[in-house]
Design a binder for this molecule. Structure first.
Ligand SMILES: Cc1ncc(COP(=O)(O)O)c(C=O)c1O
Length: 364
């Protein structure tokens, strides 16, 4: 098997120590295991700068989409009216989930290279009588970082429930949930906390969560029920991904050791800055302008100065130890490089050396 590092939006390259935690089999009703779940939940609240008086952390089996679907299908009532501010594929996915559950939804599409503004939120809320508003924080489709603070202020003003998909940003970008007026925030184990795939988690405002009793449109994704069971003593409602949970606890320790979210943000930002600088030098242009670009993942347009074939370059890079990602934009040729996971400047330097080698083969 080829062993390569992942420069992708997740799953990410994780540390050996995180992976080694998965060598232990754990009993799910054992007190030690339940304690681990309780510790994870309280650490997640700390990372979101909220107290357990006001907020709860709920872990949900499945990938990130399961977490998003759990929130959308459990939180919006029958007579609710959801707005989704969309500037990428993951915003679209939220609207698609709502459609599956027959939720009355306004899907507001915005060009993918700009972010939804407070005015966009104000307009849809006041014109359509919106009760719930959802947005993606870092749209991993492009790497753009949306302005959730301003949108949150508008939601607060109109008493609209504010749902944030912070899948690819939580752990790497500081998100003070209460200060931003967030009612439900979703992320997953295999993103910037640098665990492995297997569960998502939701940071939920308790007063709003309590209103969701009996509201869910799905048994397995019932957010209220999941919380009610988990909050008793840390036992999960159905079989939990035990190995993944142990790995996640270790990943949280390692995040702390790196200096928490600020420390991790610095490493990812340094990775991103070096990447863009070196890619620019080689004639690759970033799709998102720097002021609104996240340190998470960067989209590059296909270069015009060489005959470019992404699959060919992908294979060339993979054979030399790294995996990058195709683009996700309709009608535009792009590819993406992730800056997240156990990736350092040395990796970015090596990657750019490999890309330079590839470009030179096309120029000669
Ligand atoms: C912003 C965002 N939302 C949702 C998802 C979906 O997560 P998953 O693929 O784990 O279901 C992703 C995945 O990359 C994402 O980046």
């Amino acid at each position: 098997m080829v062993n390569y590092k992942l420069l992708t939006p997740g799953p990410l390259t994780t540390t050996r120590t995180v992976k080694e935690e998965m060598l232990t089999d754990h009993c799910t009703w054992d007190e030690d295991y339940k304690k681990i779940t309780r510790s994870i939940c309280s650490q997640l609240l700390e990372l979101a700068h909220v107290s357990d008086d006001e907020y709860a952390a709920v872990l949900m089996q499945g990938s990130g989409t399961f977490g998003v679907e759990s929130v959308i299908s459990s939180v919006v009532p029958e007579d609710g009216h959801l707005a989704v501010l969309i500037n990428g594929a993951y915003g679209r996915r939220i609207a698609q989930i709502a459609k599956y559950h027959k939720i009355n939804t306004e899907a507001i599409e915005i060009p993918y290279d700009r972010y939804p503004t407070a005015e966009d939120a104000e307009k849809v809320i006041t014109e359509c009588g919106i009760t719930h508003l959802a947005i993606v924080h870092c749209e991993t489709t492009t790497g753009i970082l949306n302005d959730i603070k301003s949108i949150g202020e508008v939601c607060k003003k109109h008493n609209v429930t504010f749902i944030v998909d912070a899948m690819s940003s939580f752990g790497a970008v500081d998100i003070p949930a209460a200060e931003y007026g967030i009612d439900f925030m979703i992320s997953s184990a295999n993103k910037c906390i640098q665990g492995v795939p297997g569960f998502s988690f939701i940071i939920a405002r308790k007063s709003k969560l309590m209103e969701c009793k009996g509201r869910a449109r799905s048994l397995s994704l019932d957010l209220y029920d999941q919380w009610e069971t988990m909050s008793k003593d840390g036992k999960w409602r159905f079989t939990s991904p035990t190995h993944v949970v142990l790995a996640f606890l270790k990943a949280l320790d390692e995040l702390k050791a790196e200096g928490g979210i600020l420390g991790r943000n610095k490493r990812y930002t340094d990775n991103h800055d070096m990447l863009v600088e070196k890619m620019n030098e080689m004639g690759f242009k970033a799709y998102i302008r720097p002021e609104i670009q996240s340190p998470i993942i960067t989209t590059f347009e296909y270069p015009e100065h060489i005959k470019f074939d992404f699959d060919d370059m992908y294979t060339f890079i993979k054979e030399r130890g790294y995996a990058i990602y195709p683009g996700k934009l309709d009608g535009m040729n792009t590819f993406r490089i992730g800056n997240i996971g156990e990736i350092y400047l040395d990796d970015i330097e090596k990657l750019c050396g490999i890309i330079k080698e590839y470009v030179n083969t096309k120029l000669s």
